[in-house]
Ligand binder design. Sequence first.
Ligand code: CP3
Length: 359
Amino acid sequence: MSTLPQTHPLLDGRTASSPLVRAYRGERGSTTPVWFMRQAGRSLPEYRSLREGVAMLDSCLDPAMASEITLQPVRRHGVDAAIFFSDIVIPLRLAGVDVEIVPGRGPVLGRPVRTAADVARLRELTLEPEALEPIRQGIAATVAELGSTPLIGFAGAPFTLAAYLVEGGPSKDHLGARAMMHADPDSWRDLMEWAADISAAFLRAQILAGASAGQLFDSWAGSLSPTDYGTSVQWASARALAAVADLGAPLVHFGVGTGEILAAMRDAGADVVGVDWRTTLEEASRRLGGDTPVQGNLDPALLSAPWPVLESAVLAVLKSGRAAPSHVFNLGHGVPPDTDPDVLTRIVALVHEAGGDSA
Ligand code: CP3
């Protein structure tokens, strides 16, 4: 049974029967719920004006600002979920890692973690419960405004965090991380264990403070062979997911280019699998054995296509999603910053009109 407080939105009647939570639990309702990865952010003028002069990670640690940014896309688009405005590197920063987000580039570390000694030094850093207070406050303020719309909490999966830690910044193929995995398996295991525990602490704090679901982003796991994923990575994601399983909130596991490892990602302990645009939802469901709810997977490139093209692509995703027990509509990855926000609003309306059980 859930160990959440009775006043939590999942237990006090606010979100348990929302379209999103029901779909995450495998029930198909009268409409397909929809939200967008990176729905908060640069595609919204109200976001750009609020963020002016404030560094990305500072905005995440200002509870009032993080809450307001989280609510912006819910008000504007009428999506079925909010996702907490934060970043996968926030728990690293809160544990004392020197990390910044460089606009247009991504997370950059002051000191990459490359050797056994670097990993040992990293493992001395701990994420103290008090450090997560701004996150708890931001979640509480958001949930108080959301009413029956569920809030999704999230964390980076250990491999994606390790990819940034080892490379020291964004990289194309995460070769440094994949090399450490094989060249120094002991350090790799220690690094992944530390990352799993940091990730779990961040996700747990968000769910306990009021998030009704959790999503683990393993954005870069698609660079791994299925064998390496199964041997050197899956256990760490399983460790992170297991550390929040007692809370009873539905858990989503998403990656990019992860078509070959969808079942392994589910088996790490997820209730729902997020799918990118490279695999149809029908094929994803086949690979998952047909009883796992799916989330996805419109190609973000289609957002700039003429409406008739986009409309038929949205309907094709909905049709393909019927192969799964339930489906939450999303993109196959995040909203590109130059997206016209009105297009997102129009997609939400179309998905809602198209229906769920009758589609
Ligand atoms: O709306 C939401 O989805 C919630 C907020 C959210 C952000 N980052 C805000 C953000 C979420 C869920 C993330 C997760 C995240 N961060 C991931 C996993 C998801 C994915 O996209 O694969 C990853 C890999 C990161 C690391 C990261 N942070 C990158 C690659 C970037 C982009 C850098 C850039 O400027 O293009 C960031 C910065 C970031 N995180 C922005 C936002 C809104 C843009 C910063 C800005 O607006 O100045």
